[in-house]
Design a protein around this ligand. Structure first.
Ligand code: SAH
Length: 339
């Protein structure tokens, strides 16, 4: 078999050389074959469904200092907010009335959200919104914290590994952030019984094709339930303000590859992909993505959760229109991973 897409489709794997060829190929036919294969695998497992998740951005306070991120603690110009317990629960309840059955609570690493507070929030959401799934995306916490929040009812956890290459990880993060710690968190979360999501930014400063291959190998080993990847988008008040962002083409290429490597994975067409191009989200959906995470945060705090510039502020109705225009069906089910 000399076509890497066919081989990936049939065996879910490629050698490093074949991956390099597929990632860097500028052949339009290869891109189209990858799209068709990824779409067929996604349809085999999930049909035409696109699961919606209500994203609630709970805090823009962060003790961390990731060099790419607009809410890093060194960014003195960032506007900070945090939602109260009642506000978060209220947000979930109004999302629930609109039909959402998954809520993603995402935020900076904010000490305000102690285990006790988080457990109260999770317990109440589960009480007030029966049959919903609660997904957390709150960065690195202790194994004990992950355990307590799981016991309180959390179902899933998103923690992008950001880069599986130690050299690149160090270039993207301050010295006190350690790749091994982050990876341990992911394995802890898995052990606690969470459905786990990992991932990375595409086109991050200094990222090479070999770094991307290392990320794909890491994902194959971890075998997560969800994978979040999106283009790097520069933020004006970070050390990476002068770097170019990731491209739609490379992001979509990698989404297709990930769908073929991990056929049953839940794969969002991310806000960042929708931000850099008006048809980014549609292209993602047509190349293996089966999740979209509309922002249901209160509108006054939404603009303060600025991880990168020009963050897409699309209304739910437009997102739904995009999904239908791409030929898929909106699903408000919990949408658990089928494995
Ligand atoms: N504090 C949580 C949530 C982080 S925000 C955590 O540590 O997991 C969610 C994701 O946004 C990050 O994992 C990162 O990959 C992405 N992100 C941050 N800054 C970005 C930027 N400038 N461009 C694109 N994605 C970015």
């Amino acid at each position: 078999m000399n076509n890497p897409v066919d081989k990936l489709y049939n065996t879910k794997n490629l050698t490093d050389d074949e991956l390099r060829e597929l990632i860097t190929s500028d052949n339009a036919e290869t891109a189209e074959t990858l799209r068709i294969c990824a779409d067929s695998v996604r349809q085999k497992h999930y049909g035409k469904k696109v699961f919606l998740r209500g994203l609630i951005e709970i805090s823009s306070f962060c003790r961390n200092d990731c060099l790419y991120c607009g809410i890093r603690c060194s960014n003195k110009s960032a506007e900070r907010f945090r939602l109260t317990e009642d506000k978060i629960i209220g947000c979930a309840e109004s999302g629930y009335k609109k039909g959402f059955r998954t809520f993603v609570l995402q935020g900076g690493e904010d000490n305000y959200y102690t285990d006790e507070r988080m457990c109260r929030i999770i317990t109440q959401i589960k009480e007030k919104c029966p049959d919903c799934a609660v997904t957390l995306s709150l960065g690195e916490r202790t194994p004990e914290s992950y355990k307590l929040m799981k016991q309180a009812g959390a179902d899933r956890y998103l923690l992008r590994h950001e880069s599986a290459d130690n050299g690149l990880y160090q270039k993207l993060h301050p010295p006190k952030m350690i790749l091994d710690k982050r990876i341990n968190c992911l394995y802890n979360l898995k052990e606690e019984g969470y459905q786990v999501g990992a991932g990375f930014m595409v086109g991050a400063p200094f990222q090479t094709v070999d770094n991307i291959i290392a990320d794909l190998r890491f994902l194959q080993n971890l075998n997560p339930h969800m994978v979040g990847i999106g283009p790097f988008v520069p933020h004006r008040a970070t050390p990476f303000s002068g770097f170019a962002g990731g491209t739609v083409e490379l992001t979509v290429r990698l989404l297709g590859i990930i769908r073929l490597m991990l056929p049953e994975v839940l794969l969002p067409a991310t806000t960042a992909l929708g931000t850099i191009s008006p048809n980014g989200r549609i292209l993602g959906l047509q190349t293996g993505c089966n999740v979209v995470m509309p922002n249901i945060s209160p509108s006054d705090s939404r603009k303060k959760y600025e991880l990168y510039n020009n963050k897409s502020t699309e209304e739910l109705s437009n997102i739904i229109a995009d999904i239908e225009r791409a030929g898929y069906e909106v699903s408000m089910e919990r949408g658990d991973c089928i494995r």
